[in-house]
Design a binder for this molecule. Structure first.
Ligand code: PA5
Length: 425
């Protein structure tokens, strides 16, 4: 398996930073071994759990034959992982080009009535598989999505709505409202391990079922994550995951660079950027601490953000994520009126632009990390996921926060519930 390459030298240009990074690496010491115990153990064990993968594969094999669509209901950690893997590992226009028995997929990740209502109206009630994901089983948005979908199906096709039973699959924890509903409906159930926090669930059925249903070899994603874990365990201080955690922490605490920009040069990886943005923010933003993650798109944001990033305040650390070797060769005609691009490929232009961003940031002495995937594949995406999960867990140790809880999110959920209950009374 070709390893992803990480270059972090350009983020340690000052002696004071270099010392802070070394200090943090030392502090991390055996941090990776410590993650083997609770409460982190769950997310580290997932790529090794063949029982979880078997469960997913069994469901894929037994899925009803007459489907055209699959929709995943859920929010945050119960949605972003599946979306990231589907977008990274399927064709950009999968839904427009897929032929039966292939499935179209939908991950609304919200409850905006306009967009959700439109989606529900176009889903065929008797040919849609519904995957509901919620660890707690009580998240308002997810339950609202589910019962609004059932209502929409019922209005359009009463019998079709009743037949949802055979096309409902639920990934949830051991108890909760969703679990009860699933049992009552006789729905298929997949495991949401109790010791895995929502945003660390990408390698469970929460993130894997949809891509597996769509033909992605998810076993290779898990293999990539395991390979990255082994790579990081082979060095003290968590290897490259420890170095990245230490760099981000040092730039934040020593230099006040609290904004972490992940600049992605591959459209297929953008939703993975959104997944990491949530992982980084929700895991580390606690006790008055925590960096602010931002996702930028190359080349688009060169014409939106680059001016600010090169000549604005020096309060950011940049991570450029790029992938080599595209599957498509798109040529620019020799008759192009700009000689510099005539006869070239789009990749050459894309890479020149990426180089331009890199050089512009270096010239202004902005700190920069580079992550390069040999190409976008299940293995390399698994490695990146494994790396970013480990990096986040280790950064939790440096920030001295629990990266696996989310008290602020829970508080918001309680307020929304109170408001609705008051209205209902
Ligand atoms: O990462 C988290 O814990 C959160 O983002 C949750 O995934 C999100 O709030 C949804 O929670 P649940 O899976 O319980 O429905």
């Amino acid at each position: 398996m070709a390893g992803i390459e990480i270059e972090s030298g350009r983020a340690r240009t000052e002696p004071e930073l270099e010392a802070a990074v070394s200090g943090a690496r030392e502090r991390l010491g055996d941090a990776l071994a410590e993650l083997d115990g609770p409460p982190a153990a769950g997310f580290l064990s997932v790529p090794h759990r063949s029982d979880l993968l078997r469960e997913v594969r069994r469901f894929v094999r037994a899925r009803p034959a007459d489907l055209t669509d699959v929709v995943q209901l859920g929010i945050g950690g119960s949605s972003l992982g599946a979306r990231a893997l589907c977008r990274a590992l399927l064709a950009e226009r999968h839904n427009q080009t897929v032929r039966r028995p292939g499935l179209r997929f939908h991950l609304p990740d919200n409850i905006d009535p306009d967009s959700l209502g439109e989606l529900f109206e176009m889903l065929p009630p008797r040919r849609t598989l519904v995957h509901v994901v919620s660890k707690s089983g009580s998240t308002l948005e997810t339950l609202a999505q589910l019962f609004a979908l059932i209502e929409s199906f019922r209005r359009r096709d009463g019998r079709g709505a009743r037949a949802l039973r055979g096309r409902l699959v639920v990934t949830t924890g051991a108890s909760g409202a969703l679990r009860e509903f699933a049992d009552q409906e006789g729905a298929a159930r997949l495991t949401f391990p109790d010791d895995v926090a929502g945003r660390f669930s990408i390698l469970t059925a929460s993130g894997l079922l949809l891509p597996a249903l769509l033909g992605v070899p998810v076993g290779r994603v898990l293999a990539g994550a395991r390979a990255m874990e082994a790579r990081c365990r082979a060095e003290p201080g968590g290897g490259i995951a420890g170095t990245l955690a230490a760099l981000h922490h040092a730039h934040d605490t020593v230099r006040g660079r609290r904004i972490h920009v992940e600049w992605i040069y591959a459209d297929a990886l953008l939703p993975l950027g959104d997944w990491f943005r949530q992982l980084w923010a929700e895991s580390l933003g606690k006790r008055g601490r925590g960096p602010t993650p931002v996702v930028a798109r190359g080349t688009t944001d060169q014409h939106s953000q680059l001016q600010l990033y090169t000549e604005g305040p020096d309060d950011k650390l940049y991570t450029l994520v790029a992938a080599g070797r595209s599957t498509r060769r798109v040529r620019i005609g020799r008759d192009a009126t700009l000689a510099a691009i005539a006869g070239r490929s789009l990749r050459e232009v894309f890479e020149a632009e990426e180089r331009g961003t890199l050089e512009a940031l270096i010239e202004k002495r902005r700190p920069l990390i580079e992550i390069r995937l040999p190409r976008i594949s299940p293995d390399s995406v698994g490695q990146l996921v494994g790396l970013q999960q480990l990096q986040t867990a280790l950064a939790g140790a440096l920030y001295e926060v629990d990266p696996f809880d989310q008290p602020g999110v829970e508080a918001g959920k309680r307020v929304a519930l109170r408001i609705l209950e008051r209205g209902a009374g």
